[in-house]
Write a protein of this length. Structure first.
Length: 94
């Protein structure tokens, strides 16, 4: 009987830890989404400024660098989503 109680307590502890991990990942995801939104705003401002200062050619270089940054952020976001899904499935199984 004690063994079963111990397993239940362990399962509850694992569940609580996974739940905390999931919340941390949700916070991280929200931060990444805010970073993407901020990057998009900065992109628009930068493009307008560069158009005013240097002309069209530089905009394409800025857009290329911006796109590389956004791809990197999106990859991080996908990794967070993957971890969230893994944690969620562990929580559901636990």
């Amino acid at each position: 009987m004690e063994s079963q109680e111990k397993r239940v307590e362990d399962a509850i502890q694992r569940y609580n830890k996974l739940k905390g991990d999931l919340e941390a990942k949700k916070i991280q995801r929200a931060k990444l989404e805010a970073m993407i939104e901020d990057a998009e705003k900065r992109k628009a401002e930068s493009e307008k400024k560069l158009l005013d200062e240097t002309g069209l050619k530089d905009i394409f270089e800025v857009a290329k660098l911006r796109d590389e940054l956004l791809v990197s952020i999106m990859e991080d976001l996908r990794e967070v989503e993957s971890i969230e899904e893994e944690l969620q499935s562990e929580v559901e199984e636990g």
